[in-house]
Design a protein around this ligand. Sequence first.
Ligand code: TRP
Ligand code: ZN
Length: 475
Amino acid sequence: MRYRRRGVALLAALVSALACAPADQPPPSAGPSTAEARTVSDARAGAPGIGDADFPRDGNGGYDVAHYAIAVDYTPATKRLEGVTTIEAAATQALSSFNLDLSGFEVSKVTVDGAPAGFSRQGQELTVRPARAIGDDARFTVEVAYAGVPAPVQDADNLGVYGFIPTADGAFVAAEPDGAKTWFPANDHPADKATFDFAITVPAGVTALANGELTGRPATANGRTTWRWRERRQMVTYLATATLGRFELREGRSGAGTPVIAAVDPAFKKSLDHVYETSGEVTDYWATVFGPYPFDSTGGVVDDYAAGYALENQTKPMYGGFDPDETIIAHELAHQWFGNSLSIRRWQDLWLNEGFATYAEWLWAEHKGKGTAEASFAQNLARPADDPMWAYPPGRAKPNDLFNQSVYTRGAMTLHALRKAVGDKTFFALLRTWTAEHRYGHVTTDQFVALAERMSGKDLGPLFDAWLFQPRRPS
Ligand code: TRP
Ligand code: ZN
């Protein structure tokens, strides 16, 4: 769900109505049939990208997704996925056709509002041509049936392997930045958030872990089990997961009462209690620092796929092939506020996710009496002037090097420099105001700078410019 600026469209409509209406005739009827005829005759193709110049083909224009209902049937032995994804969307222009993002698979059928629609594929774009054009502002439902062996993104010299990754016992699904399209048709860019329902059918004995909470007990028939999960809060596509395999589960509540779901591959059995307890403790602590926990459950998943990284999948961060320590759990759970509840509109602002989650690691150490944020800051500031981190301005993440160390560490240092400039009281009030004002929404760097200036009463332009945008070590 995105928020569009209506003022401009309304003004344009008014101007054209005034220009076209002969002065001596009554204005044209504003009845629904006239309005619909006009918008549909204006219908044109939705853009193949959502408007992020760094990722020009990701996401799409002309509509806004409200909800995904993803039904997938997956067989680990053959790696075959059969999916039906139903998307509820609202048009932001009259549409003769529109695109979804989908990578791989055979598409067998597409319907729009129940009627068969034409479709074609080109690279990762699935173009849908509804039988009747869709009017501006109209709500519509698209259903896509597809099947095949998922092919995750393989980006050897930058991001590694991500998306829907088949494993021996199931799948490891971690899709940042744009791998959701490797398992469901999507408006695959964080600028369009939506709620999600998942119905995942797997051989009995396989556990399916998606975002949010179970909506009922898993039901088994003919040797196959369907797991139904629902994430009722807005979520970006890259955080959607359907991680499958053999898992040991522990469920309960954190001290403050948030439901906790921990799941570990049997190879990481000894981590189950640690992941369960630490995730609950960290979630509760962050709620005292960042503001109320934004989601209905928390937890963590440890799979045996040796990704070597973790991803902050909404409500269920995932750890790929290692026993997560407190620091990384603190990082991934900080993302539930920074990245998940508050999401970026464009990838260049990624420090708003990673800089904040890295700063949270330093805050966690401070909380535990294992070092101070000031010490972490000083240690990094002592890096030599020719350290590559100083050449990479973290406020402008580069599409070919998105997850650069600078976005994490220098991003975190930016927050510490800010904290020192405004004082602890203002700094922590700022973090809570930031998460409250943009809960479940979108954010930009400019908005953060403006809020920091408003709350501190200081001109912070030079500080943010030096820390975020200059290719050298701030003095
Ligand atoms: N956002 C992750 C983190 O820092 C890192 C990450 C980037 C990632 N791309 C990914 C993890 C793809 C898994 C898959 O916590
Ligand atoms: Zn992170």
